[in-house]
Structure formats: structure tokens, C-alpha cells
Ligand binder design. Structure first.
Ligand code: HXC
Length: 519
């Protein structure tokens, strides 16, 4: 073969590889409203930045006549490129080749790109669209999954790992995304479950659709498996780009600092009036967040799950910051099992990746009742306490209104190594709310009172007395548990100042193999 022909041959092979499982299957993918693996990667990365690797890898299986059906690249496209000029590593399963099912060689490709991401200290993004283990390969596919899982585990806390689910993700395959930091699902075509509807029916008799079992809505709202639910793939890929902009490349670096045109001393007058006079009336914590972060930009994580707590990323003077905030607008912002788990995982992510944490507190306590106790509120609440207490990144806490009981301690209190703990003058820091406290303290007196009107007057007097004494931040400030009481409209400036002061913070936890967080 002449050299010219060799070059032409390469061009032809590349073109063939880019067709994956062929035009018919690409058309079928498009007909489902889905993009192909390469189309997705091109939408995700900066234009022209993608360098594909292992395009000539083919499977090695000789079972069931598979040796006669080989596709260049096998069922996954891997490589690297950039997002806003910063390096990332990517793999995208190609559904047009054996339904993106995982073969031994596919696993090798995925592991290769994961190893490179670890070696180079860059985020890894996986786009999942697969029928699971390649049935014809048997146990080698299972081993391949386990190789991937192990790499997910070792990369955890070292490089950011993000999973997009743009098709089926079933069986043990779900555990790779589950081991990553963020999972994103599209409203259509995206589903995750350990066992599909047919197996569910045969084992438990339950009749359930794919969507109801493991669709985007289920995992965004009920299970919390997914952190982002998006309308379509394009929106999802843009969301990943946004997310990456808040993250460092790895655990030894800081997140990029953005140019900030929003004045650092901007006064947000509306915050002086945001807390209702009646402590039982809710308000929207997202308005507070929007009022204090740079340009009102907030990337909310787990938006639809455990909405009584808000977590997500914002910037203060261009510095990426993780925000954890009770949401009085939903279940009064109470802490329960789900919200504790949600916030704990987020705090640990921020701590692992050197992202400072701002905590906004308005929490009436832990949700009481047998439902929560049986579900393990003790262990789940302990997770959040553990996460805040273990975190060594800069931590600024602002108490806006209620901060009661155990929940007060948990929400990044001074004693859990909060660096700057400020309160608004509207804060109420106490062992419990006035109503509950009076029930306990005055129980004996009240039980002797027969006249209902007299009883009500007595309760109201005692509640007022209690509120006068405890429904304020001054007692906590007098002990130094609150570093300062600040004017609400000046909150943005005080936060920026605090984080500025904390830039040189150095705290090390005692040396150990690893902690034993109450899982
Ligand atoms: C080999 C597979 C495959 C698989 C799909 N294909 N899944 N080939 N192994 N696991 C092939 C199909 O034969 C078909 O080939 C092409 O991919 C597209 O599949 P369709 O069925 O035509 O597509 P669709 O109707 O969209 O259905 C998609 C699907 C379905 C729901 C994913 O294919 C399906 O149920 N597949 C099997 C899923 C499964 O049970 N996997 C094993 C899970 S157990 P042609 O040639 O027609 O294009 C597992 C264990 C992992 O994964 C454990 C890890 C620890």
C-alpha cells in the first residue's frame, strides 16, 4: 500500500468509527430525541477542543457470533478537551453500538480515561446511555464494572466526578454514577434502577413503569439519587459546564476566581424587612441568597429533593462558595432525615474540594415523631453534624431567625469550628421554641388550671417572658458564641470580609486512616 493510500485509509477508518453502530441506529437514536455520544461530547466541550482516544479499539468476544460484528471504538467514546479553557476528561457510552452495553474493552477504555484524569488532576465526566453488561461477554463485563467502581472510589475527593444519565442505566451499572459527586438526569429517556420493571413484577408483583420506577422525577424528588433534573440533553450539558465553573480541578487546587463586577459593599435594603414579625410566618430563603451572592447567580444542587434545606454554589467577590441554608418556606425549614443527608453530602464535597462554606440558619429544630425516629433521624442528623464539624475549609454562619436545640449545634455552630458566626437582630437562639418550652416548664401549674381562659392568659404571659429572654441573639453573643450581630442589609459585605480574612486559614484534623462518619 502506498503511503498516500495509507493516509486515505486512516481517514476512511476514522469516518467509519465516527458512524458508531451505523446511520440507521444513529437515526433511531435521534428519533428518540437523543444525541449520539460524539454529538454530546461536542456540545459539552469548548469547540474544537476534543481529542478522542482509543478510536480503533474493538471488542474481543467470540461468543454468540459476536466475532462477526465489530465496531471501531466499541461502545464508548473517550478522550479529553476543555470547558472554558480548563482541562476535563470524558467518556460517553455509544448506544448505537450494542446498546452501549459494557464489554471488557469498553471497561478498559473507561478505566484508561479515568486513570488519565487522576494522573493529570482534572475532572472526569461520564455520559451514560447503556443497556448494562454486554450479555454475550458474561463475567468479563462484570469485572469491567468493578474496575470502574474501584476507580470511582479512589478518585472520590481527589478529582470532581460528574455523571450525566442520558438513557438507560440499569442493574449494577447504576453504582458508578452513584459513586460520583453529581448525577444529572433528563426528563425524558433517562432512567436508573437496580432492577427493571419486569424483575420487580416477578419478584414483588408490583406493576410499575420505567419512569415511575427510576425516571428523572423520581430520583430528583424522592430518592435524591439525582442532583440535577433537566429538560433535555443540551440544557444538561450546559448545566455541567456551569457546575464545572464553580469547582477546582482537583483537591489540591482552589476553584477559579471570576472577575466580580457586583460591588462587594452593595447594601441589600430588602433584607432589613424580609423576616416577618410573626415567627410562624415563612419567607423565601432563596430571596436572601439571591440578594447576597455575586450578580444573584446561584447554582442550586438537589433542588427538588428535601426542599426544607437549600444547597448549591454561589460566588462572593468571585470566589466559589458552597451555600447551605434552611428554607422556612418548606416544612418551616426543619431538619429531617433527607435534608440532613442532603446537606451532609454537600458539605463534605465542599470540604474535600477546598470550597468555603456559608451557612444560613433559620431552623426550628429536628422533625419530631416516630416516622423520623424509625427512619434514623439520630444517625442522619449526626451525619450533618459530623460533616460540619469535620470540615476544615473556611466556614461562615449567619443566623437569620430561629436556631433551636440540637439543630442550632448542628448548623455550623461556633463549637463545630464555625470561623465567623454572625446573627441578624431577628435571631432567636435557644434550647427550644417558646411554646414547647412553656409546656415543659409550666406543665405542673397548667395541669392544675381548670379555667381555659385563665390558662391561655397564663401561657401567653409565660411565652412572652420566654421570648423576651431568649428570642434574640444577645444571650449567645454575650457568651461569644455569636461573633457579631449584623445589620441584615450589610450581610453581603460582612460575608465577603469574613471569607477574605479566612483565606490563610489552616486547620488540620488529627491524623487517621479515615473517619467513621455515621453512615
Ligand atoms: C448486549 C445489548 C444489550 C446488552 C441492548 N443491547 N442491551 N446487547 N448486551 N446488555 C443491544 C440490543 O440487542 C440492540 O441491538 C441494541 O442494543 C439496542 O437495544 P434495543 O433493545 O433495540 O433498544 P431499546 O428498545 O431502546 O431498549 C433498550 C434497553 C433494552 C431497555 C436497554 O435493550 C434492554 O432491556 N437491554 C437489556 C438490559 C439488561 O438487562 N442488561 C443487563 C443488566 S444486568 P441491535 O443489534 O438490534 O441494534 C447488568 C449487570 C451489571 O448490567 C452489573 C454490574 C456490577
Amino acid at each position: 500500500m502506498e503511503n498516500k493510500q495509507k493516509v486515505q485509509n486512516l481517514i476512511n477508518l476514522r469516518d467509519k468509527a465516527k458512524l458508531g453502530g451505523g446511520e440507521k441506529r444513529i437515526a433511531s437514536q435521534h428519533a428518540k430525541g437523543k444525541f449520539t455520544a460524539r454529538e454530546r461530547i461536542h456540545m459539552l466541550l469548548d469547540e474544537g477542543s476534543f481529542e478522542e482516544l482509543d478510536m480503533f479499539v474493538t471488542h474481543r468476544c467470540n461468543n454468540f457470533g459476536l466475532e462477526k460484528e465489530k465496531y471501531l471504538g466499541d461502545g464508548v467514546v473517550i478522550g479529553h478537551g476543555t470547558i472554558d479553557g480548563r482541562s476535563v476528561y470524558v467518556f460517553a457510552q455509544d448506544f448505537t453500538i450494542f446498546g452501549g452495553s459494557l464489554s471488557e474493552t469498553m471497561a478498559l477504555k473507561i478505566c484508561k480515561v479515568m486513570d488519565m484524569a487522576m494522573k493529570m488532576g482534572a475532572p472526569i465526566i461520564g455520559i451514560n446511555d447503556s443497556g448494562g453488561a454486554r450479555i454475550q461477554e458474561g463475567v468479563t463485563a462484570l469485572a469491567g464494572y468493578a474496575e470502574i467502581f474501584e476507580r470511582n472510589i479512589l478518585a472520590s475527593g481527589v478529582i470532581p466526578q460528574i455523571s450525566a444519565i442520558f438513557g438507560p442505566c440499569a442493574g449494577g451499572a447504576v453504582y458508578s454514577p452513584a459513586l460520583t459527586d453529581f448525577v444529572l438526569m433528563t426528563e425524558q429517556n433517562s432512567y436508573m434502577f437496580v432492577t427493571g420493571p419486569k424483575v420487580v413484577k416477578s419478584v414483588t408483583g408490583e406493576d410499575i413503569s420505567v419512569e415511575d420506577l427510576g425516571g428523572a422525577d423520581v430520583h430528583a424528588r424522592k430518592s435524591g439519587v439525582s442532583h440535577f433534573r433537566v429538560a433535555d440533553e443540551q440544557t444538561g450539558l450546559q448545566k455541567i459546564r456551569d457546575l464545572i465553573s464553580y469547582l477546582p480541578q482537583n483537591n489540591l487546587e482552589e476553584a477559579p476566581i471570576e472577575e466580580c463586577a457586583d460591588p462587594i459593599d452593595r447594601l441589600e435594603d430588602a433584607l432589613n424587612d424580609i423576616i416577618p414579625n410573626n415567627p410562624n410566618v415563612p419567607y423565601d430563603m432563596k430571596k436572601v441568597i439571591g440578594g447576597i451572592v455575586d450578580n444573584s447567580e446561584f447554582l442550586e444542587v438537589h433542588k427538588d429533593y428535601a426542599r426544607n434545606i437549600i444547597v448549591g454554589f454561589g460566588r462572593f467577590n468571585g470566589i466559589s462558595t458552597g451555600i447551605v441554608a434552611n428554607q422556612p418556606n418548606f416544612l418551616a425549614g426543619i431538619l429531617d432525615c433527607d435534608s440532613s443527608r442532603k446537606a451532609a453530602r454537600f458539605v463534605r464535597f465542599c470540604d474535600a474540594f477546598n470550597i468555603p462554606i456559608l451557612t444560613l440558619v433559620d431552623v426550628p429544630g429536628f422533625l419530631p415523631g416516630s416516622g423520623q425516629e424509625y427512619a434514623g433521624i439520630i444517625i442522619h442528623g449526626a451525619k450533618l453534624m459530623f460533616a460540619f464539624g469535620e470540615a476544615t475549609v473556611p466556614k461562615v454562619t449567619i443566623t437569620l431567625r430561629k436556631s433551636y436545640g440540637g439543630a442550632h449545634d448542628v448548623m455550623s455552630s461556633k463549637q463545630l469550628r464555625g470561623d465567623f458566626n454572625y446573627a441578624w437582630p431577628t435571631a432567636e437562639i435557644a434550647v427550644m421554641g417558646a411554646g414547647g418550652a412553656i409546656e415543659v416548664l409550666e406543665g405542673r401549674t397548667l395541669s392544675k388550671m381548670e379555667n381555659a381562659e385563665e390558662k391561655a392568659i397564663y401561657i401567653s404571659q409565660k411565652v412572652n417572658e420566654y421570648q423576651e429572654k431568649f428570642a434574640n441573639p444577645y444571650q449567645a453573643a454575650s457568651y461569644g458564641y455569636i461573633d457579631d450581630i449584623i445589620e441584615p442589609r450589610n450581610t453581603r459585605f460582612r460575608i465577603i470580609r469574613a471569607f477574605q480574612a479566612l483565606q490563610t486559614k489552616k486547620v488540620l484534623n488529627p491524623l487517621k486512616k479515615h473517619s467513621n462518619i455515621p453512615l
